[in-house]
Design a protein around this ligand. Sequence first.
Ligand SMILES: Nc1ncnc2c1ncn2[C@@H]1O[C@H](COP(=O)(O)OP(=O)(O)OP(=O)(O)O)[C@@H](O)[C@H]1O
Ligand SMILES: [Mg+2]
Length: 294
Amino acid sequence: MTTETPALVRPVVRAGEIRVDNVSKEYGAGELYKSVVKDCSFTVERGKLTVMIGPSGCGKSTLIRLMAGFEKPTSGTVLLNGKPVAGPGRDRLVVFQETALFPWMTTYDNIMFGPRARGEDDAQAKALAEFLLDKVGLKQFRDKYPPQLSGGMQRRAELARAMINNPEVMILDEPFRGLDEMSKELMWEYYARLYEESRRTNFFVTTDIDEAIFLADRLLIMSNIPTQVCAVMEVDLPRPRKLSDMVDSDRANQIKMAALSVLHREAMKSFAGGSRAATDFIEAYSKRVRKPAP
Ligand SMILES: Nc1ncnc2c1ncn2[C@@H]1O[C@H](COP(=O)(O)OP(=O)(O)OP(=O)(O)O)[C@@H](O)[C@H]1O
Ligand SMILES: [Mg+2]
């Protein structure tokens, strides 16, 4: 985890900026009509790690599909570096919750998939693959196949596989959901290091408040469906971040309490409206208040 990036493989980062400008997304018609995103605006700033947190089912993955260009907004615009996004592109890379590793390829071959697909199976790509393998702690697992890796290792291989493509913006949709608590916390540290050393633009979606605060430069708190940003918080904690520092950090706790109070208020609004999702929401977040500020 302490290896320096060798000059040979240091990625050329062209950090991009995404602006979601007054975007709405509706699906279906008649009885199947559903408004999922409504008049939503925010900026994923260049070189920063922006984390979006919101209740389950509020429309976060929908926003990701719009930002990636997999779908078009019903109204409003998604801009990359000031230009409207017309479709998917190499400049934006999405890491999903589900593993997308090829089970018939070794860890190394999975990581080299992007460069090879572009005909860039050269010394620089190979060196970068070895470097990333080391960075995500998988050097010993270089020649193993995904089914021989634990869930956490698969997620780390996935991060390396995305990073080798050097996108302008990395978009991650709950990439650590479903991992056990210990693997998750290890992943936060690996991922934070990768971000801190590359300083590319990252957009990370989660429903986990501790994950959000540990990782974020900036936190976007989302309302329930149809979703929009209900609060933006700057997470002014020093970097590089270590979990051991966070546990006793008054500032981290302060930010967590402020974020929880916004989330709780949002949940109560939905609860008053009789939404089933709001009940799950309150349950999920009440568990998170088990470590009160000292
Ligand atoms: N293609 C579609 N057609 C109709 N409804 C859709 C479509 N895609 C998403 N939805 C609806 O939009 C809502 C939001 O879904 P989305 O997956 O964006 O939420 P989410 O915030 O990512 O949830 P989770 O935290 O569970 O991943 C859901 O109610 C879903 O049913
Ligand atoms: Mg989702």
